[in-house]
Design a protein around this ligand. Structure first.
Ligand code: ADE
Length: 225
């Protein structure tokens, strides 16, 4: 649900997600929130009580719009910088849902009453502010779509990637083996699968420890269990 329906499917109409859309693995219905504005001016926002900058989306308009999709399955998500941070484990949970309704706000945000009344689940894609929920919705959808059965060619693509074991992914190399005098780590061309596996784990641990102390701490905690 959006004030800018032409933003969808946008980038999700291309590549992996686009192919999956064409083959019916997922589908999308975009609803223009403005269709639910009551007055001739078709306005969906108004001034905030108590002052403050910007405009607020009216609860009556938002409520009517959400009522129109009451029969749709799945959670009601509202992308917002105030939400819980979206991550891979949340993506996995959402990918198992029969669907989802994503309400993209514009302006300063939605009237608090309708967020509560409609039990909208606020979801943030990071600690920064976007000009609207649409790019966040596209990002969330992208993360879910690639988890749907049949979207990726191999399942190891999903088990060996970043966050899968609580670690960032190990570094990747391809041909040529010697590029500008920089040689691919020898273990990777040794053919010793056990050694390769151990190397990947060590590299993943090292990169996670250096770059993401938060993930590292969690990983060490889980390891001890
Ligand atoms: N809308 C504006 N900023 C956002 C963010 N960081 N995450 C999700 N939705 C948003």
């Amino acid at each position: 649900m959006t004030l800018f329906p032409t933003m969808f499917p946008g980038p999700l109409g291309l590549s992996l997600a686009g192919k999956a859309l064409n083959s019916g693995i997922w589908n999308l219905k975009t609803l223009d929130i403005r269709n639910f504005a009551p007055n001739k001016s078709r306005s969906v926002d108004d001034y905030p009580f108590g002052g403050g900058s910007g405009m607020v989306m009216r609860p009556d308009v938002v409520d009517t719009a959400l009522e129109a999709v009451a029969d749709r399955p799945g959670p009601r998500l509202y992308p917002s910088p105030r939400g819980a941070i979206f991550d891979q484990s949340w993506a996995k949970i959402l990918a198992k849902e029969p669907g989802a309704v994503i309400f993209c706000g514009r302006y300063e945000g939605l009237d608090e009453r309708v967020i509560k009344a409609r039990k909208l689940k606020e979801v943030s894609i990071g600690d920064f502010v976007l000009s609207g929920g649409e790019p966040a919705a596209l990002i969330i959808m992208d993360a879910l779509i690639r988890l749907l059965p049949g979207v990726l060619r191999t399942t190891t693509a999903l088990t060996e990637e970043s966050f899968e074991n609580g670690l960032l992914e190990y570094p990747l190399y391809t041909h040529p083996r010697n590029w500008n005098g920089i040689i691919v780590p020898e273990i990777l061309t040794s053919g010793d699968h056990a050694k390769v596996k151990a190397w990947k784990r060590l590299e993943a641990e090292s990169i996670t420890r250096k770059r993401r102390p938060d993930l590292w701490k969690q990983y060490m905690k889980n390891k001890d269990k």
